[in-house]
Write a protein that binds this ligand. Structure first.
Ligand SMILES: Cc1cc2nc3c(=O)[nH]c(=O)nc-3n(C[C@H](O)[C@H](O)[C@H](O)COP(=O)(O)OP(=O)(O)OC[C@H]3O[C@@H](n4cnc5c(N)ncnc54)[C@H](O)[C@@H]3O)c2cc1C
Length: 380
């Protein structure tokens, strides 16, 4: 697992990929909006391997940029300097590409408060009213304050107080062994309500709704050396990837398609509904038919009792334990809040029961697997 540290592209100097194709994978009746995205990376020297992610530099929705320019009495064509990088750009591009428009910082509030002529707001900044302050910062956007201000701030006065628009990471869902000039992504667009409007996650909205075919997508590679395939293509793999967590495993399986023979592979995939949320169904089934993949599925809302990937793992605990005994490498990708913890708890139960170990011994066994890089996590 040696890692080349070639960093040709970076946040300051991204590669401009092109949006080649976008396909909605979640079907009718799904509670989610999940897309497959293909990016063309022809003539790039992007160097990545299965397990790595791309860092995408998103753009804000122009719908949120225009009112901000208006509140600052700017046309958008003014040449300005990004206060962080000192890069020269147009004022519109600063608000489109560099500033986080959805989140207010305390620094921003403090800078604008004197121009609001609102004692209640000023006291929110000064006194120890953490909870109220947090609620206010969560509910308010920079443009709301600028519209209420009794003065018009200059670009130079206000721009340093915006939070930066940060890159977003997405697991690469393809292997260069199959798609030499492309990077595939699997994106779930988060939606929420704010100020009575439906809003979407910034980067996913940019990639899944705003960007047009052939649009430039600035990106660089975010390496994940803790999540690489074993160097031995014959090593068995246990892949646990519910939701968009399945993305890197598509890259893993594509990479090993060319290895002959390759080790056995077992994928646990889960989502809410089989008919609406079974991403890449045909691809997995093809691999199953070729005898190269074992697939276990958990669609939580297709029956009264919710079933998750960890339940499927426990159902097949004996075999899972045997695979581990045979030297399988186990990978978990996806939700860090609940899924990874529940899967770890299930693994502990399996190791305890099938290995005849005490709780402490089971914990030590999994710890050893982690040290040996046979239990790998990429969770977010
Ligand atoms: C290593 C790694 C790999 C990843 N791989 C993938 C992947 O393959 N596919 C994938 O889809 N994601 C992946 N992610 C997550 C991804 O990076 C983003 O965090 C995610 O897509 C959301 O980004 P966004 O810009 O669209 O949303 P953001 O704008 O960052 O919003 C994020 C969340 O906050 C909520 N939110 C934002 N603002 C508000 C508000 N004012 N009020 C209420 N709620 C709000 C939204 O509902 C949303 O849930 C990965 C993350 C990491 C770290």
């Amino acid at each position: 697992m040696s890692i080349e540290t070639k960093t040709l592209y970076s946040r300051a100097s991204p590669f401009l990929a092109r949006l080649k194709d976008r396909k909605l994978l979640s079907g009718e009746g799904s509670t989610k909006e999940v897309y497959h995205i293909s990016l063309t990376i022809k003539e790039s020297e992007l160097d990545f391997r299965p397990g790595d992610a791309v860092a995408v530099l998103p753009e804000n929705d122009p719908l949120f940029v225009d009112p901000l320019l208006e509140a600052l009495h700017l046309s958008g064509r003014e040449p300005v300097l990004d206060p962080r990088t000192k890069e020269a750009l147009l004022s519109r591009d600063f608000f489109l590409k560099r500033a986080h428009l959805g989140r207010l910082s305390l620094k921003f509030l403090k800078a604008v408060a004197p121009a609001l002529d609102d004692p209640a707001l000023s006291s929110l900044c000064q006194e120890d009213r953490k909870e109220e302050l947090t609620a206010f910062l969560d509910a308010t956007e920079p443009v709301d304050l600028l519209k209420r201000a009794k003065k018009t701030f200059t670009f130079e006065e206000i721009s340093p107080h915006f939070l930066p628009l940060l890159p977003r990471f997405f697991s690469i869902a393809s292997s260069t062994k199959i798609y030499s000039d492309e990077i595939h992504l699997l994106l779930s667009v988060p939606a929420y309500w704010k100020k009575g409007e439906k809003r979407f996650g910034t980067a996913t909205h940019f990639l899944c709704h705003l960007a047009k075919e052939e649009s430039s997508i600035p990106l660089y590679i975010q390496r994940a050396p803790h999540f690489y395939l074993p160097s031995d293509p014959q090593a068995p793999l246990i892949l646990i990837g519910p939701g968009t967590g399945v993305a890197p495993f598509r890259a893993f399986l594509q990479e090993r398609q060319t290895a002959s023979p390759c080790g056995k592979q077992w994928l646990f995939f889960g989502e809410r509904s089989r008919c609406a949320d079974f991403y890449y169904e045909e691809e997995w089934k093809r691999e199953v038919l070729k005898g190269r993949l074992r697939l276990d599925l958990a669609f939580s809302r297709d029956q009264d009792k919710k079933i998750y990937v960890q339940d499927r793992m426990c159902e097949h605990g004996k075999e899972l334990w045997l695979w581990l005994q045979e030297g399988a490498f186990l990978y978990i990708c996806g939700d860090a809040q609940k899924m990874a913890k529940a899967v770890h708890a299930a693994l502990l139960r399996i190791v305890e029961k099938e290995g005849g170990l005490s709780a402490e011994e089971a914990a030590a066994y999994l710890k050893r697997l982690r040290c040996d890089k046979r239990y790998c996590l990429d969770i977010y």
